[in-house]
Design a protein around this ligand. Structure first.
Ligand SMILES: Nc1ncnc2c1ncn2[C@@H]1O[C@H](COP(=O)(O)OP(=O)(O)OP(=O)(O)O)[C@@H](O)[C@H]1O
Ligand SMILES: [Mg+2]
Length: 268
């Protein structure tokens, strides 16, 4: 099956912020082909997801987009400049909320600023950190330590830590996979709200088809190793998305299209 172009509509669309062109990644001197010829493009404010079987190269793709590892071939551009290393305009969130146990919630949230710009800058960012904590419902928990937070609260604090440096782009590697389904649904809706409010561009790695559909403007389905994008699907549901949209017939059609691709197409 051939990929079809993302967002075919002509006219006044925001210009692409992220552009990956023929990105390939080889490990062990070429012995492992983790990614093969991945090309994709994200526009300002769009939410994209990538879905595919374990080991197909999703985290590798995200690390390349974040500038944490270079592609073996191909090019990654963000806001017109090549991504050659970690950048302040990129926020990244990993699978586990790695808060430091000896720092309070607020101190954890301010850590990236402190590391990057020093203590004075972190102090100046306090009001922003506090309003972020309020935004995710952690007002009143600023001074407690991670051991006193639930898993979902720690994840919410980790979101604030990602957002405190005001990145334009959010890269999320299964950020809520450790959470129960109800908390996860809530966090996904929070994530959408934050993205819409801030006009942020987001790229999410997930194993969940329904999560990909409910959150995304565009879903990229990857093949098993070597990872390639076998199909790119536009999700034409209105925003803001709500959890009850999962009962819509269109929603069901998107889910079954992606499931079919993962069942067979992912091995094309
Ligand atoms: N640093 C590395 N050195 C060698 N091989 C690696 C390295 N990182 C990843 N790989 C290999 O590249 C392939 C893709 O790995 P990656 O972590 O990107 O998969 P993934 O799609 O994120 O999987 P999962 O869904 O299980 O998280 C795997 O075969 C993995 O073994
Ligand atoms: Mg991974």
């Amino acid at each position: 099956m051939r990929p079809f172009p993302v967002l075919q509509t002509a006219g006044a669309l925001p210009r692409p912020v992220y552009e990956l062109t023929n990105v390939s990644k080889y490990y062990r001197g070429g012995g492992i082909v983790a990614l093969e010829q991945v090309s994709l493009s994200l526009r300002q404010g769009e939410f994209h997801s990538v879905i595919g079987s374990s080991g197909c190269g999703k985290s590798t793709l995200l690390k390349i987009m974040a500038g944490l590892t270079p592609p073996s071939k191909g090019r990654v551009m963000l806001s017109g400049k090549p991504v050659l290393g970690a950048r302040p305009d990129i926020g990244m969130m990993f699978q586990q909320a790695t808060l430091f146990p000896w720092r309070t919630t607020l101190q954890n949230v301010l850590l990236p600023i402190e590391v990057r710009d020093g203590k004075a800058a972190a102090e100046a960012a306090r009001p922003r950190a506090l309003s972020l904590l309020e935004l995710v419902g952690l007002k009143g928990f600023e001074s407690v330590y991670p051991s006193q937070l639930s898993g979902g609260m720690a994840q919410r604090a980790a979101i604030c830590r990602m957002l405190v440096s005001e990145p334009d782009v959010l890269l999320l590697d299964e950020p809520f996979s450790a959470l129960d389904e109800i908390t996860r649904d809530f966090m996904n809706m929070e994530l959408q709200r934050i993205c819409l409010e801030r006009g942020a561009t987001a790229f999410l790695v997930t194993h969940s088809i329904s999560e990909a559909v409910i959150l995304s403007d565009v879903v990229h389905v990857m093949s098993a190793r070597p990872g390639r994008v076998v199909q790119t699907i536009e999700i034409d549901l209105p925003r803001p998305r709500t959890l009850d949209m999962a009962t819509l017939p269109e929603f069901g059609r998107y889910v079954s299209t992606i499931r079919n691709l993962l069942d067979k197409g992912a091995f094309l």
